[in-house]
Design a protein around this ligand. Structure first.
Ligand code: GLC
Length: 487
């Protein structure tokens, strides 16, 4: 049996916990509960990551590493209450409403006959991702509420059998993704399930240990739940949608997911050797990707693939009262910051009960897409910065929540790299020249990416550094990209 590096994974958690918080309204469950993700010494069932060669891994992850930008979609029955229950706003993220408001199973299940999202349009959603410059979509096929947003023979609590809508949005999305050259992944809550007997629940409020259930209808045996509902549904998702999903996005494992039970899931995953899956399966498996939630790690995860998932406001699932949307400037600079550290940005939308996407989200995505249409070359398929210090520095005096030196980001510029180019994303116009103290490559020329004529900018070398003469005005106030050609 393979040995799995404990260092690689637990180190990931440490970095994650000291990471840079950006708009941190919802803290990362994964990272708070980091303990659960520790890598054990042995896997009862070796996973693809244990057995493949580095070359095989590179081939498997290539598209993901080049993609840099994906769309997360949180959509389910929770879009009906949209953050309010019994006339009151329920604090916290929208898709957690059942748990946060201790809604009995029968009452929550009664939402299904009311779910009729006739405005859902797969062509439009995939088109929106496309126009935003996103390369893949990950959608909640089943969230913690246990409701399957796909046709399922394994469990009747699903969108085809339990709603008047009767359509399978996953099928429609898969068809559209194929048409529009978009990749599709499925989020599946393999462990928490609040409407199926035996499904797990995270602790909330006064819910009692050891199960943290709030309704006897939730009680049961977890292994039985996993074998009867979770694994069969994952099998459906992995076999009924052709070449999709390319990603399975697990979430919130608990102690219930022992290495042995996770091994049963891994057996199924191993039947799909192109699949990419994240670090949230549980049972000591570290998967392919680190998943920092609602923040960008200070220095990325050298040696690990990663994806920062973030909301545009403060909720994943739609909440009618949450209008706290980040600006296009913040979203775009987050994308650039992430690319400069070698990660992907999985940016969320939360469609409404009608199936429509909130207009604030559509607007922002279109704006990000406009920038990418001009500057995408500096984001997709790039390597991280050659510099690093531009991202910010650890404070000598200030401490973070864990008592470690706090990372203080700087927002002047970022950089990405290709074999013959260094891209500098300027957030502030430095005046008539941009100066670099050190330049590890030989620069042969410079121009602005938004300048179709590629008008050469004057490069002056001095010692190991250089200066590039800039025009008087900053062409794009959010981020102007300077290209340095290198030999
Ligand atoms: C969390 C939440 C969940 C959300 C996810 C996205 O773990 O439980 O509601 O889907 O993060 O990363």
């Amino acid at each position: 049996m393979m040995k799995v590096s404990r260092r690689a994974f637990s180190k990931g958690c440490v970095i994650a916990a000291s990471g840079l918080a950006i708009g941190d309204a919802t803290q990362a469950w994964a990272q708070i509960e980091g303990e659960k993700y520790k890598v054990g010494k042995k896997h009862p069932v070796p996973s693809i990551q244990d057995t493949e060669t580095p070359a095989e891994k590179n081939a498997r992850l290539q598209w993901f590493r080049e993609a840099r930008f994906g769309m997360f979609v949180h959509w389910g029955l929770y879009s009906i209450p949209a953050g309010r229950w019994d006339g009151k706003e329920v604090p916290g993220i929208g898709e957690w409403i059942m748990n946060r408001a201790s809604i009995p199973v029968a009452d929550y299940k009664a939402l299904a006959p009311k779910f009729n999202p006739t405005q859902f349009n797969a062509e439009e959603i995939v088109g929106l991702a496309k126009s935003a410059g996103m390369k893949y979509i990950v959608i909640t096929a089943k969230h913690h509420d246990g409701f399957a947003m796909f046709e399922s023979k394994a469990d009747p609590f699903n969108i085809v059998d339990a709603t008047p809508f009767k359509r399978d949005p996953m099928k429609e999305l898969a068809a559209e993704c194929r048409k529009q050259d978009m990749k599709l992944g499925f989020y599946y809550s393999q462990d928490q399930d609040w409407t199926a007997p035996g499904g797990a629940a995270y602790k909330t409020g006064d819910h009692k240990p050891p199960t943290f259930h709030w309704d006897p209808a939730q009680d049961g045996n977890y292994a039985e739940y996993l074998r009867k509902k979770s694994i069969p549904q994952m099998r459906e998702l992995l076999t009924n949608y052709g070449d999709f999903p390319v990603i399975v996005w697990f979430d919130t494992p608990t102690k219930d997911m022992t290495p042995e039970l996770a091994g049963e899931v891994v057996k199924l995953l191993n039947e799909h050797p192109k699949l990419i899956w994240n670090n949230r399966l549980g049972g000591d498996y570290s998967g392919d990707t680190e998943t920092p939630e609602q923040y960008i790690p200070a220095q990325g995860y050298p040696g690990r693939d990663w994806e920062s998932c973030m909301t545009m406001n403060d909720t994943w699932g739609y909440k009618q009262d949450d209008k706290n949307f980040k600006s296009t400037e913040t979203l775009l600079r987050n994308l650039i910051d992430i690319a400069s550290k070698g990660g992907n940005y999985l940016l969320n939308i939360g469609p409404m009960q009608t199936g429509e996407v909130p207009v604030e989200e559509v607007e922002r995505l279109r704006e990000v897409g406009k920038w990418l249409a001009v500057n995408g070359e500096s984001i997709y398929a790039t390597q991280p910065t050659l510099f690093g210090a531009e991202a910010g520095a650890f404070s000598a005096t200030e401490k973070d929540k864990e008592g470690k030196p706090k990372f203080v980001p700087s927002w002047k510029w970022r950089s990405t790299t290709k074999s013959n180019e260094v891209y500098i994303h300027l957030f502030e116009w430095p005046g008539s020249t941009f100066h670099l103290d050190k330049m590890p490559r030989n620069v042969t020329g410079a121009y602005l990416l938004s300048d179709n004529a590629k008008t050469p900018l004057k490069v002056t070398k001095s010692g190991g550094g250089l200066d590039i003469a800039l025009p008087g005005q900053m062409p794009d106030p959010i981020a102007t990209v300077l290209v340095l050609t290198t030999a």
